[in-house]
Design a protein around this ligand. Sequence first.
Ligand SMILES: C[C@@](CO)(OP(=O)(O)O)[C@H](O)COP(=O)(O)OP(=O)(O)OC[C@H]1O[C@@H](n2ccc(N)nc2=O)[C@H](O)[C@@H]1O
Ligand SMILES: Nc1ncnc2c1ncn2[C@@H]1O[C@H](COP(=O)(O)OP(=O)(O)O)[C@@H](O)[C@H]1O
Length: 299
Amino acid sequence: MLKCMIDTVKMDGGMMKLWEKAPAKINLTLDVIGKRDDGYHEVEMIMTMIDLADRLSFEDIDENRIILESNSGIVPNDERNLIYKAAQILKTKYQIERGVHIVLEKNIPVAAGLAGGSSDAAAALRGLNRLWNLNLTEVELMKAGEEIGSDVPFCIVRGTALATGRGEKIKKLPPAPPGWAILAKLPIGVSTADVYGALKLEEIKEHPKTNQMIQAIEQQDFLQMSGLLANVLEEVTFRLYPEVKQLKEQLQQFGADGVLMSGSGPTVFALTNKESKMKRIYNGLRGFCKEVYAVRLLR
Ligand SMILES: C[C@@](CO)(OP(=O)(O)O)[C@H](O)COP(=O)(O)OP(=O)(O)OC[C@H]1O[C@@H](n2ccc(N)nc2=O)[C@H](O)[C@@H]1O
Ligand SMILES: Nc1ncnc2c1ncn2[C@@H]1O[C@H](COP(=O)(O)OP(=O)(O)O)[C@@H](O)[C@H]1O
């Protein structure tokens, strides 16, 4: 309980311990504009954070090494973990001769299109910036984040934003209008690289109306925002995993204001700004999908 209220503690001998929250994101829009020579795709997407989060603690240790522990049986605790990568990047770049013990409490489903790993990496950059008194600016943290993954700069900024380039160029937007997202995730993990790899640009039927979505957010128009949800990766993931399409169709029958797959999937979410509807959708969904979350859009 205590750790929920405070985020820094001075331990015996002046050692520090601090905490960071790493929220998940959903894509309100996701458009792919072109394929680049470096293997990435040029995107245009609007993302917003939701109240489903991992929690990380960072503690000084006497040895000069990175120790990572987590309650997740899925993500590795070594240099393959994006948290570990974040710590290594800062240690090398700023010649840090100190060690750290990081504990990850994993609540965000893995490989789900919710940027759990990217948000953990961003939280690690923020947490270590504080623990090691680096005084790095948001822009410097975003730059370090780019080396880890395309979604990491957005996860540094958080809130609601338009992401362009390969996803690393961020323009902040006003917060999304208040409401709930009900998320459903099937027990499959989707590889982002596979989905982008299977995308055929010439087969995109309709591009998201990104400018109209920005206007809906600026005008705090929840219904308009929900009606404009669009993601060009949906068709690709639906082709690879038809059960994700079925789940979306089922979710659409519960009367939400909008339904969409997040990122490369497989998580699908429904939006509503009515508490009674949120409860109805949540309870209805639990009947046929094991992993369901009802969370607020973060403001
Ligand atoms: C699809 C999105 C939408 O928010 O999210 P997720 O579904 O992963 O959450 C992102 O574009 C994912 O960003 P992120 O997960 O950080 O991807 P990265 O680690 O940078 O890249 C993984 C792989 O995806 C492909 N990739 C990624 C980003 C991009 N703009 N074009 C690409 O083609 C590349 O093959 C790359 O090797
Ligand atoms: N801290 C982490 N949390 C989640 N996944 C991680 C982490 N570090 C590395 N990974 C790896 O990154 C991949 C994608 O993870 P994640 O960010 O959860 O999905 P997505 O890109 O779909 O949003 C997984 O294969 C996972 O093993």
